[in-house]
Structure formats: structure tokens, C-alpha cells
Design a binder for this molecule. Structure first.
Ligand SMILES: NC(=O)c1ccc[n+]([C@@H]2O[C@H](COP(=O)([O-])OP(=O)(O)OC[C@H]3O[C@@H](n4cnc5c(N)ncnc54)[C@H](OP(=O)(O)O)[C@@H]3O)[C@@H](O)[C@H]2O)c1
Length: 310
């Protein structure tokens, strides 16, 4: 029997509270191309919730389902001379099965963590961050743009706002009223998505909207966007049913998206290190009570990331 680790998995597809369980599993064998990391925190994302619920498919061959794609921790074992050394603080992304006490990750996914970024922040930064970066790069946002961000208080949307503002663009962002102050603090003009959206955006925009970043995917958001700009200036990570409208739907699978997301990691860590990007934590839970965080993220939830601790 090899080395063991505790891991959060789903034994079936369904309600997190019914299918999540913590198991002891054998750690994969470490090799020259891998780094073994003792996990201190792992970031929960909507993808994890949907995967467990079966929204992304219900292939029984995938059970028990490995969950979690990002975590932070301390290097326990690494090949000498390449990348992080034993004892270094690191963030790990992308990695599959991140909800574990220990992960064995490809060396290319293990990034040195700046001292000023704590483990919880780091664990919630990269999946949302690289996605935001991909959206902004794909649309080639510049200081000539006025950008509408749907979901500007969300994990991806809030980082997209920061990145677009840092490029000099004017930004209008939809959010619930409770999040308007936070959106304003990021440098965007907030608009309530519960209002008549087209009217609200038009009255908030001092210059015509030239590009749309959608992180929500609801039809209203896409319909309003198509009223404002050509489909080629709309990029979404959530409007899967609307590809036929000619908008760009990003899932990280194209060569360009993969490049954007790889290129994003170091700038995001630098921005987190000097406070240009701040990851808020909405809640934490242990693996044993992880269903609380899954259920919270699945519903209407406060701003910020849910972070799991082994
Ligand atoms: N394709 C990809 O590569 C990729 C990558 C990452 C995430 N995603 C997807 O992107 C989506 C967002 O992820 P996330 O991590 O940013 O989630 P999140 O942190 O939960 O943020 C979602 C935001 O959506 C807002 N919202 C909810 N209903 C809305 C509506 N009707 N109109 C406008 N805004 C609304 C909420 O804002 P308020 O609270 O202010 O109402 C919330 O802040 C998820 O569906 C996720 O699966 C896709």
C-alpha cells in the first residue's frame, strides 16, 4: 500500500449533501514532472457544484467523482532544480481532485505564492482570474472601450472589472444593489440587474457600450447585449444556449484561450500580491461540512469565494 491522503469525492451525481463524502485514497506516485503539495486551502467554484449535481453529465465511469481544480499549500516533495522547493508556499492550478489533504500536481501547475497572499486568497484567485483574463484578452479591451460586465460582483466578473479598468476602459457592471458599493470601489458604474436592463445600462453609460463580458448567461443579459453591440464584441462564459447568436463562448478549450489562461497566472499573482486584486472570502468549511459551502454557492450567496480546508 502506497501513501494515503484524505479526499473529498462524490459517490454519485446529485444533491451535494447526499453524495459528498471524505475517503482515504492512495496518493499517485510522484515523478520528476510532479510536485507533491500539502493542501492548506482549496477554492470552490460553480463548476464543482454543477459537476457534483450532474449538470455537466452523469457518466458512471467517473465515480467516485474527483472534485476541485485549485488549491494552495506547502510543497512536501519536488524534484531538485525545477520550480518550487520543499517547504515553499505555492498555489496549484489547474489540478484535478484539489479537494484533498495532499495533491500530486504537474510541475507546470505549481506556482510560487507571493508572501503577501494568504492561502485562502490564493486558493480562490486563479480559476476565476484566468477566466477573467481570457475574456478581456479575447475582446482585446483597450482604453477606447466602454465595457458592460454582466455579473460584476461575481468571482470572475469582479476580476474582469479590475482588468478592464486597468486597461483604461470605462466599465459598467451589473450587480444586486447590495453589491453596488463594492462594484464602484473596483472602478465600475453599477447597474441593478433586476431593473429594465437596457434602459438602466443606457442611462448609466456616458459613452456608448463597445464590448460586453458576460459571466451570467441569462437570456436577458444576452438580449440586451445584442441591442448594444455586434455579436463579435460579446464574450460569455455562461450563455451556452446562445452560441447561435454569433457571440463568443469561452470554455478554455481553444489554443488562444489556453494561451491567455497560461499567460494570466503570473500577472494575477502579482496583482494579488500588491492588492490590485483582492479575493474576498464568503465562507469557509472543512471537507467534512463541505456541503454547506456547495449549497451556499448553488443558491443566492454573498460576494466572495467559498474556501474549503482539509
Ligand atoms: N466557461 C468558463 O471557462 C468558466 C470559468 C469560470 C466560471 N464559469 C461560469 O461562470 C459563471 C460565474 O462564475 P463565478 O465563479 O463568477 O460565480 P459567482 O461568484 O457565483 O458570481 C455569479 C454572479 O452572477 C450574478 N448574477 C446572478 N444572477 C444574475 C442576473 N440575473 N443578472 C446579472 N447578474 C446575476 C451575481 O451577482 P449579484 O450577487 O450581485 O446578484 C453573482 O455575483 C458560472 O456559471 C460558472 O460556472 C465559466
Amino acid at each position: 500500500m502506497g501513501r494515503m491522503t484524505r479526499k473529498l469525492v462524490a459517490t454519485a451525481f446529485g444533491a451535494p449533501r447526499e453524495v459528498l463524502t471524505v475517503v482515504d485514497v492512495e496518493l499517485p506516485t510522484a515523478s520528476v514532472g510532479t510536485v507533491t503539495v500539502d493542501v492548506r486551502a482549496a477554492g470552490l467554484n460553480p463548476f464543482d457544484v454543477k459537476s457534483v449535481q450532474g449538470v455537466m453529465g452523469e457518466d458512471p465511469a467517473k465515480l467516485p467523482l474527483q472534485i476541485g481544480n485549485e488549491c494552495s499549500g506547502v510543497v512536501r516533495e519536488a524534484a531538485a532544480g525545477t520550480g518550487p522547493a520543499v517547504g515553499d508556499r505555492v498555489v496549484v492550478y489547474p489540478v484535478s481532485g484539489a479537494f484533498a489533504e495532499t495533491v500530486v500536481a504537474p510541475a507546470a501547475s505549481v506556482h510560487t505564492l507571493p508572501d503577501t497572499v494568504d492561502f485562502d486568497q490564493a486558493a480562490g484567485l486563479l480559476l476565476a482570474g484566468v477566466t477573467a483574463y481570457d475574456l478581456v484578452e479575447t475582446l482585446d479591451i483597450t482604453e477606447t472601450d466602454t465595457v458592460l460586465v454582466h455579473g460584476g460582483a461575481g468571482a470572475v466578473g469582479s476580476i474582469a472589472v479590475v482588468l478592464a479598468v486597468s486597461r483604461g476602459a470605462a466599465v459598467i457592471a451589473t450587480a444586486s444593489p447590495a453589491n453596488h458599493e463594492a462594484v464602484r470601489a473596483l472602478g465600475a458604474t453599477p447597474v441593478d440587474h433586476h431593473s429594465v436592463l437596457l434602459d438602466a445600462v443606457r442611462s448609466a453609460a456616458t459613452t456608448p457600450v463597445t464590448a460586453v463580458i458576460d459571466t451570467v448567461g441569462v437570456d436577458d443579459a444576452i438580449d440586451v447585449s445584442l441591442e448594444l453591440v455586434e455579436p463579435g464584441r460579446i464574450a460569455s462564459i455562461a450563455a451556452w444556449g446562445r452560441a447561435g447568436d454569433g457571440i463568443t463562448i469561452l470554455d478554455g478549450s481553444t489554443d488562444a484561450s489556453k494561451r491567455h489562461r497560461r499567460d494570466a497566472v503570473q500577472p494575477l499573482l502579482a496583482a494579488a500580491a500588491d492588492g490590485r486584486i483582492v479575493i474576498e472570502v464568503a465562507g469557509t468549511s472543512t471537507f467534512d461540512d463541505a456541503a454547506d459551502s456547495f449549497d451556499a454557492l448553488a443558491g443566492r450567496h454573498p460576494r466572495g469565494k467559498y474556501i474549503l480546508h482539509p
